[in-house]
Design a protein around this ligand. Structure first.
Ligand code: NI
Length: 210
């Protein structure tokens, strides 16, 4: 091969490589922009609205299928857990119940505390109903098919997974947040574990007023 031909090939290889780099950089910039602007499942969302929550189809304690529309006009306090949970769920649901009890009756009447199981294999409608009622008379226990629970969990960005125990049974690993949703069903704010009932009550009051 002659020297000029070799140089030409080298030039084309460099040119091609530069184009590939540009394409990669463009792709990376696009992905970064999606994350910043709140693409699918990112904090932020369109115009700063976080993308937590949304429509769901679940089954109540009476075995009736319902959607988020059943709670239209109410502020929802949503908690995902399971009735066999040894400690975290009972603690958090007791905090929700305490927060509701701190509210004036007319405010509490506009709050729907929801307990949604992430263990639909064991948590039957009867079980979630009884369990939720143990914490507060207003608390609504919800279950569903594994697919319905998975969809609701995904909407609320809840992580959960079965974990085998030494006794041959299983427990559930899961994230633990109390989500406050406004009267239009939109994300309002959330609370981490061991939050003060007073603080949650204030948020519920503000959401009901807002
Ligand atoms: Ni739990």
């Amino acid at each position: 091969m002659s020297e000029p031909k070799k140089r030409n090939i080298v030039r084309w290889v460099i040119f091609g490589f530069a184009w590939i780099c540009l394409l990669f950089a463009g792709g990376a910039a696009y992905v970064a922009l999606q994350i910043i602007e709140g693409g699918p499942n990112q904090e932020g969302g369109i115009m700063g609205q976080p993308t937590v929550g949304g429509p769901f189809v679940l089954v109540n304690g009476n075995g009736e299928t319902l959607t988020e529309k059943a709670f239209d006009g109410k502020v929802m306090a949503v908690y995902f857990g399971f009735t066999y949970c040894p400690d975290v769920c009972p603690t958090e649901l007791a905090i929700v119940a305490d927060a509701i009890d701190l509210l004036p009756a007319n405010v509490a009447a506009n709050v729907a505390p929801l307990f949604i199981t992430i263990d639909p294999d064991r948590d039957t409608p009867e079980l979630v109903k009884e369990y939720a009622a143990n914490f507060h008379e207003n608390m609504v226990g919800l279950t569903g098919t594994p697919e319905q629970i998975a969809a609701a969990g995904k909407a609320y960005r809840v992580y959960y997974a079965k974990r085998e125990t030494e006794s041959g049974s299983y427990t559930m690993d899961h994230t633990s947040y109390i989500y406050i949703m406004d009267k239009q069903g939109r994300y309002y704010r959330h609370f981490r574990m061991n939050s003060a009932p007073e603080e949650i009550a204030e948020a519920l009051k503000a959401a009901v007023a807002g």
